[in-house]
Design a protein around this ligand. Structure first.
Ligand SMILES: [Co+2]
Length: 247
């Protein structure tokens, strides 16, 4: 469904279209909206007109995802699990309950499962069908997570995909790929980096990247703050991913 007459109307294929997501109208010329933004606006108008949605409620949701909900929530959970064995045990046993107890995430709308990376096993999460993702704890999914190449290759060639993300694991490391659904979603508990003994949870949190909780990355090594591996405080998800290799 190429339209051709808007040069920048490229909703898929790179991270740039996501900048449009932040253009919320005021004073924007229609011509500056991407095709995706136009479609969203059209849908919102129709749904509002028919009274299916409250535009104020929509604004609140968008604002929440822009300012409150993001991978820092997941990072906080991981850091807590690294520093508190009891919490980690509860997290692995019942993630919904454990996360509900320590965050303000009040509706975990589906079964959330935390899978732990160890010296033997590396876990990686995909949704082969669409783009199911633990939004409440990781925020908006990165562009590549929704891409067809990632969704298909993650299962067929997880090691190759990891390589594209700059992650090389020992040959004997088992890689488990978890396929998310609307009913069951996954978050990876990355391995705690060596050399962080005695670190507090807030210190540890800075090492947890979004990608490490999807399993396409590892936690940062201490002393490598310049590492650009999708740190949770770098960007609101998608934009940073635009620069990533496309699996
Ligand atoms: Co899905």
């Amino acid at each position: 469904m190429a339209t051709g007459d808007r040069g920048h109307a490229q909703p898929h294929g790179d991270g740039h279209s996501h900048a449009e997501g932040h253009a919320h109208g005021e004073g924007e010329e229609m011509s500056e909206l991407s095709e995706m933004a136009l479609r969203v606006r059209a849908l919102e108008s129709i749904l509002t007109e028919k009274d299916y949605v409250d535009p104020l409620a929509l604004d609140r949701i968008v604002q929440a995802y822009e300012t409150k909900i993001g991978p820092h929530i997941g990072a906080g959970v991981v850091a807590l699990a690294w520093s508190n064995p009891d919490f980690k045990a509860r997290l692995l046993a019942n993630a919904n309950e454990a996360i509900g107890a320590v965050t303000e995430v009040d509706t975990l709308e589906s079964d959330l499962v935390v899978v732990e990376n160890t010296a033997e096993v590396h876990n990686m999460v995909v949704c082969t069908l669409c783009s199911c993702y633990p939004w409440e704890v990781l925020g908006l999914p990165p562009t590549w997570y929704k891409s067809a190449p990632y969704r298909s290759r993650a299962v067929i060639d997880p090691r190759g995909v990891l390589g594209d993300f700059g992650v090389t694991l020992p040959d004997d490391r088992e890689i488990r790929v978890w396929d998310s659904t609307a009913y069951q979603r996954f978050i990876v508990l990355p391995e705690r980096p060596a050399g962080t003994e005695g670190w507090t949870a807030p210190q540890l949190e800075a090492l947890v990247t979004r990608d490490s909780m999807i399993g396409t990355g590892l936690a940062r090594q201490p002393g490598r703050a310049d590492d650009d591996a999708g740190g949770v405080h770098d960007a609101a998800g998608d934009d940073a991913a635009g620069a990533r290799p496309t699996p």
